[in-house]
Design a protein around this ligand. Structure first.
Ligand SMILES: O=C(O)c1ccccc1N[C@@H]1O[C@H](COP(=O)(O)O)[C@@H](O)[C@H]1O
Length: 204
């Protein structure tokens, strides 16, 4: 089964939607100043309302390590998504201090970006078009990847089935594609999850 991550949650309403619809992961964006940003304090409160079986991912861009560690220790997040210019030493240090799964995001513009991604010490790759741009990259660049990866960038209920069939990701990750007027939309999240299940049904 392809795992599903719904990213950019920031309200109690968003949490009630995912508690009903059961994705595998949700994401909190900690890069401040973005439309989907949450504070550490708000994320802790939202995590306490989230079903325990749904894992929360902290999305960071060049965040000081101590902040990431603190959010892991308090249980606000269970996984780390590094979406900036964090180098390999940053990831290795983080891993040595916490043992939690690390997802490293790479912006894919060409084949060399895939090669660069494969050398990075992390548990999962995340292949994206940018920082929540709502646009897809060229999926035909995804070749020869033997590491589990999250596919992100411009996914929505209409294209995710095709995306899964073509790229065979470990997980799909969506944010703007399940929003209406910049807010998470229950019906779109539901349709997205149903489309993922339909793709898995065809594959099995
Ligand atoms: O969404 C953001 O504002 C964001 C900020 C900083 C880093 C990543 C961000 N979003 C990531 O974008 C993808 C998917 O976005 P979309 O579906 O194309 O809108 C997801 O991984 C988010 O973590």
């Amino acid at each position: 089964m392809t795992k599903i991550k719904i990213c950019g949650l920031k309200s109690t309403k968003d949490i009630s939607y995912v508690n009903q619809l059961n994705p595998d992961y949700i994401g909190f964006v900690f890069l401040q100043g973005r439309q989907r940003s949450v504070s550490f304090k708000d994320a802790a409160a939202l995590r306490s309302l989230l079903k325990p079986e749904i894992q929360s991912v902290g999305v960071f861009v060049n965040e000081p390590l101590e902040n990431v560690l603190s959010l892991l220790e308090t249980g606000t997040i269970q996984l780390v998504q590094l979406h900036g210019r964090e180098n390999t030493s940053y990831a290795l240090k983080l891993k040595s201090l916490c043992c939690k799964p690390i997802i490293k995001a790479f912006i894919i513009k060409g084949k060399e970006d895939i090669k660069r991604a494969l050398d990075y010490p992390c548990d999962y790759l995340l292949l994206d078009n940018g920082l929540g741009t709502g646009e897809a990259f060229d999926w035909s660049l995804i070749q020869g990847i033997h590491k589990p990866f999250f596919l992100a960038g411009g996914l929505n209920p209409a294209n995710v089935k095709d995306a899964i069939k073509r790229t065979h990701p470990y997980a799909v990750d969506v944010s703007s594609g399940v929003e209406t007027n910049c807010r998470k939309d229950y019906q779109k999240i539901k349709a997205f999850i149903e489309a993922c299940h339909a793709a898995d049904h065809i594959r099995s």
